[in-house]
Design a protein around this ligand. Structure first.
Ligand code: PBE
Length: 268
C-alpha cells in the first residue's frame, strides 16, 4: 500500500541528547552499522529528549529517541527498545565510580565510602521517580538515604568524620546521574560531615576534571561501551573503583504503539 514507512513518519530523525554523551557515539555507530542513509541524530539534552517524547506520546505520534535504563521514562510511558542485532550500543554494561589519583591518600574515608557505594537499578529508579514527580534532587536523595539506613551503613562502614572538609563531585545532567550523584553527596555530607559540591558539566569535562585532579570523584562512568572513548583517553590518569550499579542498558527507544521491533527495520 502507500502507508508511510517509519523512516518517513519520523522524518529520518533520531532524537538524541547532549553531544558529549556516549549514547550519541553509539547512535552514530548504529546509523553507520545499519546503513541508515540520510538519517540524522538530533542533538539536544536529556530534558529536551524527554520533553519531545512526552509530546509525541500525548499526540500518539511516532518518535525514536536515544534511551537508557535505569530511567523513569519506562515507568511513566509504555516504551520498548528496538532490537540491536549488530550491538551498536554494546552488550551488558555497568556504571562505575571513578576517582582522581591521590584521593585515597588525601581523603581515605571518602575514598572508602565511594569504593563501597553500590546500589540496584530499583534503588536508582526510586530516586529518579521522586525527582521526576517534583522533588528537588537534594531532597529526594536525602529522603532516600534516610529511608535506607542499613544499606547506607554498609557503604559508610567505619569511615571517620571529615569535619567540614570540601569534596567535589562531577556529573552530567542525565536523570540517572542527577539521582546517583545527589545520593552520594547526601551520604558524604550527612554521615561523614563533608561539604560536597556537585558540579554539573558536560561528559568530556567530567572525565577531564577527574583526570586533571580538579574533581575528586564521579559515579557516572558507563563502561565498557558507552564511555569507552573517554575511558581509553583517561584510564592512566584516573582510578576506576569498579561498578556501583549493574544491569544498565542503552539503545533506541520508541513508544510501544509503534509498529517496529528492530533497528534493522528502519531501513525499510
Ligand atoms: N547516558 C546516561 C549517558 C551515561 C548515563 C546513557 C545518557 C551517556 O553517556 O550516554
Amino acid at each position: 500500500g502507500n502507508a508511510k514507512s517509519v523512516a518517513e513518519q519520523v522524518n529520518r530523525q533520531l532524537i538524541g541528547i547532549d553531544p558529549g554523551a556516549g549514547i550519541m557515539k553509539s547512535a552514530n555507530k548504529a546509523i553507520a552499522d545499519y546503513d541508515l542513509k540520510d538519517w540524522k541524530l538530533v542533538e539536544g539534552s536529556g530534558a529536551a529528549m524527554t520533553a519531545a517524547l512526552d509530546k509525541a506520546i500525548r499526540e500518539k505520534k511516532p518518535i525514536i529517541v536515544t534511551g537508557w535504563t535505569p530511567h523513569w521514562m519506562f515507568a511513566k510511558y509504555d516504551l520498548k527498545y528496538l532490537e540491536d542485532p549488530k550491538q551498536s550500543f554494546g552488550g551488558e554494561e555497568q556504571i562505575h565510580t571513578v576517582v582522581r589519583k591521590g584521593l585515597k591518600a588525601d581523603h581515605p574515608d571518602a575514598y572508602a565510602v565511594l569504593d563501597r557505594f553500590e546500589w540496584s537499578t530499583d534503588d536508582m529508579a526510586a530516586v529518579m521517580g521522586a525527582i521526576q514527580e517534583g522533588k528537588k534532587p537534594e531532597q529526594a536523595a536525602q529522603e532516600w538515604v534516610g529511608a535506607h539506613a542499613s544499606q547506607v551503613d554498609q557503604w559508610v562502614g567505619d569511615a571517620g568524620k571529615a569535619d567540614g572538609k570540601a569534596l567535589k563531585l562531577g556529573y552530567v545532567a542525565w536523570d540517572s546521574e542527577i539521582a546517583s550523584t545527589n545520593v552520594v553527596k547526601a551520604v558524604l555530607e550527612s554521615r561523614l560531615g563533608y561539604k560536597v559540591t556537585a558540579l554539573q558539566v558536560e561528559a568530556g569535562p567530567m572525565w577531564a576534571g577527574i583526570a586533571g585532579g580538579d574533581t575528586d570523584a564521579m559515579v557516572a562512568a558507563w563502561l565498557p561501551t558507552t564511555h569507552e572513548e573517554y575511558f581509553n583517553k583517561y584510564k592512566d590518569k584516573v582510578e576506576d573503583l569498579g561498578p556501583n550499579l549493574k544491569g544498565t542498558k542503552t539503545g533506541l527507544v520508541v513508544p510501544a504503539y509503534m509498529d517496529i521491533g528492530s533497528i534493522e527495520d528502519l531501513n525499510k
